[in-house]
Write a protein that binds this ligand. Structure first.
Ligand code: PMP
Length: 428
């Protein structure tokens, strides 16, 4: 497969755009380097690069593209917005309609507010939790990603009872010491952290189903324990559903799990591919937000008619019967085929899957927390990634990212993918 134009464009991009990419995860640094493939066009489950190569897309733009590229219903909504005005700086009917749709699908949302990215949504949830409780500390879980604002770019201290340290240059130490990081799926360590800091904790921030070190489901009872202790200590629960909302069913992951968080952050899928974030939750908590309350959050682009109409159209597509069942069915076929190919070629992997999202780990350990994901073979993943890419299968260039199916993938795509997996495993 020829990537000459991608290579030329990447060289040019390096002259003008820092690192040649607008988000670090798009670089191929984590898979042994090289020029990231430059895409020009997408349709359904496929996209094409500048050299004319066609790929089956399992990246799905890191989650949002659940209905595939250029879905006609969403394209029509975006075209309508383009023709009738993409931004007014006033309320519109679209945002009311969309808020009602989200509330209907996710009953924990008494009130919502739209903004422009997952980062903004989570950042505001943290501020609102602090405003509501009058406390400052946040507990988060190792390996969960919540965006790129200061408070969540914090690494764990040396144990559950220690405060965090900055994970990025530019994050002040004083900010990091307001954050405690504990391992996911570890009830004991979470309890220890709450025993030490519980009365100062404003919010407990968690991905209810992890999508940032592959796909990792909570152990039975783990989230219930987190919720129970939060209640006991008067801390709020904040579910980061930026990946999970509308990914596994028509609604949020917490609904599937039978939980009632105080605040929920969303993004990705709900924008139908356009920039979006949203947060919502319990009425009393949400009424802390300006103009009703003292917690400030605003946005020139927030609730813009284009993102609202694309989001409404995307949810309309997802309302069609059988959509999620089909992604689950194809996910199961991929899982079965990949595991069989691994066995055939003696490649050691474990695989975590929930419906249409899954992750392959090059390890013999079942991955249930970040440490286990860290300890998987990244070098082997890098080679696997490139072998797949060269056969027209596009994965995220990181061992920590999931594969996402869309409503447009077919059984023929699965077959083509499994053939590529068979070859890749034979070469590892
Ligand atoms: N939360 C989670 C769980 C995410 O996966 C991401 C992005 N990968 C974010 C928040 C941040 O969203 P955005 O990139 O839209 O700011």
């Amino acid at each position: 497969m020829n990537h000459t134009k991608s290579e030329q464009l990447h060289a040019e991009a390096l002259e003008h755009i820092v690192g040649g990419v607008n988000s670090p995860s798009r670089s191929y640094k984590a898979v042994g380097g090289g020029a990231p493939v430059v895409m020009v066009r997408g349709k359904g489950a496929y996209f094409w690069d500048v050299d004319g190569n066609r790929y089956i897309d399992y990246l799905a733009a890191y989650g949002p593209i659940v209905t595939g590229h250029g879905h006609p219903h969403i394209a029509k909504a975006i075209a309508h917005a383009a023709e009738t005005g993409v931004l007014f700086g006033t309320p519109t009917e679209h945002e009311i309609k969309f808020a009602k749709m989200l509330k209907e699908a996710i009953p924990t949302l008494d009130k919502v507010r739209f903004n422009n990215s997952g980062t903004e949504a989570v950042m505001t949830c943290v501020r609102v939790a602090r405003a509501f409780t009058g406390r400052t500390k946040i507990i988060k879980f190792a390996g969960c990603y919540h965006g790129h604002f200061d408070q969540v770019l914090v690494a764990a201290g040396s144990g559950p009872a220690t405060l965090g340290s900055p994970d990025s240059a530019g994050v002040p130490h004083a900010v990091a010491t307001e954050v405690i990081t504990v391992p996911f799926n570890n009830q004991e360590q979470f309890t220890l952290a709450m025993e030490k800091w519980g009365n100062d904790v404003a919010g407990i921030l968690i991905e209810p189903i992890v999508g940032n070190f592959g796909i990792v489901e909570p152990h039975k009872g783990f989230l219930e324990h987190v919720h129970a202790l939060a209640k006991e200590y008067g801390a709020l629960t904040i579910h980061d559903e930026v990946i999970t909302a509308f990914r596994f069913h028509y609604g949020a992951a917490h609904t599937m799990l039978g939980l009632t968080p105080d605040l929920v952050a969303m993004g990705k899928v709900i924008g139908g591919g356009l920039p979006i974030g949203a947060y919502g939750g319990r009425k009393e908590v949400m009424e802390t937000v300006a103009p009703l309350g003292p917690a400030y959050q605003a946005g020139t682009m927030a609730g813009n008619p284009a993102s609202m109409q694309a989001g409404i159209a995307c949810l309309e597509v997802l309302q069609q019967p059988g959509i999620y069942e089909e992604m689950d069915r194809l996910g199961a076929l991929l899982e079965e085929g990949i595991l069989a190919a691994a066995k055939k070629h003696n490649v050691t992997i474990t695989l975590n899957r929930l419906k249409g999202a899954f992750a392959i780990y090059f390890t013999d350990v079942k991955v249930e927390n970040y440490e286990q994901a860290e300890n998987t073979d990244g070098e082997k993943f890098g080679r696997f990634f490139k072998l797949m890419l060269s056969q027209g299968i596009n994965l995220a260039p990181s061992k920590y990212e999931a594969w996402f199916l869309t409503t447009e993938h077919t059984e023929a795509d699965v077959e083509e993918t499994l053939k590529a997996v068979d070859y890749a495993f034979s070469q590892l």
